[in-house]
Design a protein around this ligand. Structure first.
Ligand SMILES: Nc1ncnc2c1ncn2[C@@H]1O[C@H](COP(=O)(O)OP(=O)(O)OP(=O)(O)O)[C@@H](O)[C@H]1O
Length: 341
């Protein structure tokens, strides 16, 4: 049966994952931002988790693509296909009215990057597209009351970008966005294994190491994990036992880059707001903030208390969803246009 009613959607279009929030229902979809394509026919074979399973394991004619890199669209056509699939899955197939959507973007996205997100969402089936900056969405999703003249600092560490913002009166006062986040952590682990053990490992293995034993701060007790890779000298498969302390060493460069960026934002923060932040603490959101000890590491470097938000991975999607209630206010900051015929 066809249904005429429209629903609004909040979409966290992330480098690592896409989350869709349906007004009145909450988060209904959370899948990796991966698409598997048959290169011969250009047909989409799988999207999301099914496609992620194929990374590094596809035959010649099939490619598993991550269409967003560093927080922005790097493969426009594939992003559009992926969005279309997720919107249909979350919204249902048999509705005549296309949805209004709010999509989040990194806080220093260029006009061209914003336009690419909007076009992809329109072409994927949205009737109206509004944009919201990730730190604002993260703060709302974490339950902060950002409407008052009080300073809050949010550090959202995703897969591609770390967005740092000082927020007051619902706006960003000081901001910084760096292309160092979860993906760079993985790349640093791959590089460390290659250099130290002459072992080639895939990005999924690197991510497993990061999530399971990784840390930014020295653990009281070292833990370890066995991994499989390919020996670069013999060319044969090889197993190695890796400790958490080694992963801490491997992650030093990107972890320091994030702490430096937070420090720089604090330096530029007006004194009244800096005093508020020192009382309220820094709030970390995003999957990257779950790296063990990263809160403690930043706390030591900045001397400001740091807290990881509850359900840190879902904050941006939740905030994007909550902002659907204020979609008409968002209109001012979004470039609205009709889908081209
Ligand atoms: N427990 C964990 N420890 C360390 N890292 C984690 C953990 N869980 C998830 N991550 C990492 O979080 C990152 C994804 O976070 P998130 O889903 O917030 O990013 P995103 O919104 O897709 O990215 P972006 O906002 O940069 O576009 C990945 O790099 C993932 O490996």
């Amino acid at each position: 049966m066809w249904w005429f009613g429209g629903t609004d959607l909040g979409i966290d279009l992330g480098t690592a994952s896409v989350l869709v929030y349906v007004k009145g229902k909450g988060i209904v979809l959370k899948e990796p931002s991966v698409v598997a394509i048959d290169k011969n026919t250009n047909k989409v074979l799988a999207v999301g988790e099914d496609a992620r399973q194929m990374i590094g394991r596809t035959p010649g004619n099939i490619v598993a693509i991550r269409p967003l890199r560093d927080g922005v669209i790097s493969d426009y056509d594939v992003t559009e296909k992926m969005l279309k699939y997720f919107i249909k899955k979350a919204y249902g197939y048999k509705k005549l009215l296309r949805p209004r959507v709010v999509v989040c973007i990194p806080c220093e996205a260029t006009e061209v990057e914003k336009r690419a997100v909007q076009d992809a969402a329109y072409n994927a089936g949205a009737r109206e597209v509004h944009l919201i900056e990730e730190p604002i969405a993260a703060a709302i999703g974490a339950g902060l009351d950002i409407s008052k003249p009080t300073g809050w600092m949010v550090v959202d560490i995703g897969g591609g970008t770390t967005d740092i913002a000082v927020i007051s009166l619902s706006g960003i006062v000081v901001r910084n966005s760096i292309k160092v986040a979860g993906d760079k952590f993985d790349e640093s682990i791959v590089a460390y294994m290659r250099k130290k053990y002459k072992l080639m490992i895939g990005e999924r293995t690197a991510e497993d190491l990061k999530v399971n034993i990784g840390c930014a701060f020295k653990r009281d007790e070292d833990i370890s994990m066995e991994i499989k890779g390919r020996d670069l000298i013999s060319g044969l498969p090889k197993n190695i036992l890796i400790t958490s302390e080694e992963i801490r060493m491997a992650l030093q460069e990107p972890v320091n880059a994030i702490a430096d960026a937070v420090h720089q934002v604090l330096e530029k923060t007006p004194p009244e707001l800096a005093a508020d932040i020192s009382d309220n603490g820094i709030l970390m959101t995003g999957g990257g903030s779950l790296l063990w000890g990263l809160d403690k590491f930043i706390e030591e470097r900045t001397k400001v208390p740091v807290k990881v938000a509850e359900d840190a991975i879902s904050c941006v999607a939740k905030g994007t969803g909550v902002s659907l209630d204020y979609i008409d206010v968002l209109e001012d900051s979004s470039i609205k246009r009709r889908k081209k015929a």
